[in-house]
Design a protein around this ligand. Sequence first.
Ligand code: ATP
Length: 438
Amino acid sequence: MSQENQMEKIVSLCKRRGFIFQSSEIYGGLGSVWDYGPLGVELKRNVKDAWWKATVHGRDDIVGLDAGILMHPNTWKASGHTENFSDILVDCRSCKKRFRKDHVGDKCPACGAKDFTEGRAFNLMMKTYLGAVEDENGLCFLRPETAQGIFVNFANVVDTTHKRLPFGIAQIGKSFRNEITPGNFVFRTREFEQMEIEYFTMPEEADAAYEAWIAERFRWYLELGIKKESLRLRPHAKDELAHYAKGCTDIEYLFPFGWSELEGIANRTDYDLKQHAKHSGKNLQYKDTVSGKEFYPFIIEPSGGVDRATLAFLADAYCEEQVNEATRVVLKLSKQLAPTKVAVLPLLKKNSELVTMAKRLKADLSKSFTTVYDDTASIGKLYRRQDEVGTFFCVTVDVDSLTDKMVTVRHRDTMKQDRISLEQIKEYLAQQFSTNNS
Ligand code: ATP
C-alpha cells in the first residue's frame, strides 16, 4: 500500500465508520476544522484519558487544571504572542495560493512557478470581542496554546496545594491558530486540542528533568502501541530554538505524508514566570521552605496535540490482511484506545430468545467494558465491521447458547475463537484485558 493511498484509506475509513467528519459538511464544509463522530469521540477520549492517567493520576508530582480559552489580553503581551506569534507567509504570484515560507522551497508546490511575493509576518492568534461593543477595549484572543493558562495560575496552585519543587501542572484543552496552510486531515487544523504539562524544577535540576521527560513521553506512545520504527526524536538545532529556550526535542511520527512533529519537549528556563511577574506586577517567585530563598523555577514543557496523536494511533493501527482471498481491514488499536472493547452479536436476529439473551449479556458486560450490540447484518459482515473499528472481542450468541449456556468469543487480532460459559465470560474478558498489555 503506497503511503498516499494509506492516507486516503484512513480518511475514508474515518468518514465511513463515524470517526471523523468534515465540519459543517452540509454547507460545503469548513476547511481546517473536523468533527469527531460516535467512534472518534470515544477514541479521542481514550487518548486523553490515557494521557491524564499517565501524567496526573499515575504520579504524585503533577496536578491538573482547566483554564479558560479566553484570557486577559495582557497574557499574550507577556508571553510574546502579540508581537512574535507569526508565521512568515508568501503568495505565489502565478496561482495566487498562499504558503508558509518555511514550508516551501523556491518552487510553488501547487503550480510549480518560481514567483513568490516577499515574505510578511502574519499573526496566528484569532480575535474576538468581549461584551456588547466591538472595540479595542473588548478585544480578546482565543488562546493559541494551553500553556499560558498554567503559568498565570502558578501561584494559585502553589498556594492551594502546597506542592514543593519539582512538580507539574497538566492541562488538556482547545487551542486556536489561524494557520496559513492547514492540512493533512487532522494533523494541522485551526481548532485543535493540546495536552500540555508545565513541570517546575530547581534551575540546577532542569537539564535532568528535560531528559527524563523526553524519555517518558517517548515511552508513552510506545506503551499505547505505536511501532518503535515509526517514532523518533529530533533535537532542535540551536538556531531553531526560541530565544529563551535552552533545549527542545520533537517526538516525530512517520505519518503517511512523512516524518512530522507529534509533540515537543522544551526547556523554557525561567522565562515564562519572569515575564508574567513583570507584566502583572505580582510576585511569582517560588519560596523554598527550608532555605527561605525566593527564586524563579525553570520549566520543562512536554506539549502534544490530541488530534495529531489520534491520527498517529489510527495510522499505526491500520492494517490490511488477506484472509481466504478477501481483504480484512483491521484497526489494531491497543486495548486502552480501542473505542469499543466488546461487541455482542446474535447469530440469528429472527430468534427472539437468542436476541433477548444477547441483549441481556450486552447490558451486563456494559457495566465493565464499553460494549455494543449489533444484529443488523450477517455474522461475517458483523465481524468485518467490528474489525474495521478495532473492537477487541466479538461475543456471539448462537442457538446452542440457549441450551449449553456458552458463547463464542472471537479475538480481533488472531481471529481465534473460544467457547466460554456465560457464567465465566466477564471474568474471562477481564483476564484477557489485564494480560494483554498493549
Ligand atoms: P508546527 O511546527 O507543526 O506548526 P508547533 O511547533 O508550532 O507545530 P507547538 O506550538 O509546539 O507546535 O504545539 C505543541 C503541539 O500542539 C504540537 O506538537 C502539535 O501536536 C499540536 N499542534 C500545534 N499546532 C497544531 C495545529 N494547527 N493542529 C493540530 N495540532 C497542533
